[in-house]
Ligand binder design. Structure first.
Ligand code: DQA
Length: 156
């Protein structure tokens, strides 16, 4: 429950190719599947009395629609792994700044320790913060932060 008395709500939004987690370059992204990560966070959300919506999409427009829908649904905080949209999607960044829902940027790998072109994210400057390089554990830590924020009414 948020301070407002409404059930607090968090969106987990994962971008392209993250549906392949578990088999996709496990040396970079680990062996846990997205379904496993989502199940764990959903259980944690349930225990905390918070609503968690999990979306993964390979399509930029769907991600933009999802962020706009989050505003209409009263989502208080977004956890976003933009994946390859990190480097290309001004549209998704604009959607996030348009709706003014605070968000954390999550990457499983340390994007600063890889190819130089991976280091510049369109999202970092408008995110509350980022979690990089901690593998799937990064989602859990990001979720705990989001939980604190929405419970304190510090979301949207
Ligand atoms: C990623 C890192 C990106 O560079 C890459 O395009 C991804 C996954 C990560 O979680 O480490 O798809 O966002």
């Amino acid at each position: 429950m948020a301070k407002s008395g409404k059930t607090a709500s968090i969106l987990l939004l994962n971008g392209p190719n993250l549906n392949l987690l578990g088999t996709r370059e496990p040396h970079l992204y680990g062996s846990e599947t997205l379904a496993q990560i989502e199940r764990r966070l959903t259980a944690r959300a349930k225990a905390a009395g918070v609503k968690l919506t999990c979306v993964q999409t390979n399509h930029e427009g769907v991600a933009v629609d999802c962020v706009q829908q989050a505003k209409r649904d009263g989502v208080g905080f977004i956890l976003l792994n933009p994946a390859a949209f990190t480097y290309s999607s001004i549209a998704l960044r604009d959607a996030l700044t348009a709706v003014q829902i605070p968000f954390l940027e999550v990457h499983l790998s340390n994007i600063h320790a890889r190819e130089p072109w991976r280091a510049h994210s369109h999202f970092t400057a408008v995110a509350v913060g980022s979690i990089l390089g901690l593998g799937s554990r990064g989602y859990d830590l990001a979720f705990e932060f989001a939980l604190e924020r929405v419970k304190a009414g510090g979301g949207a």
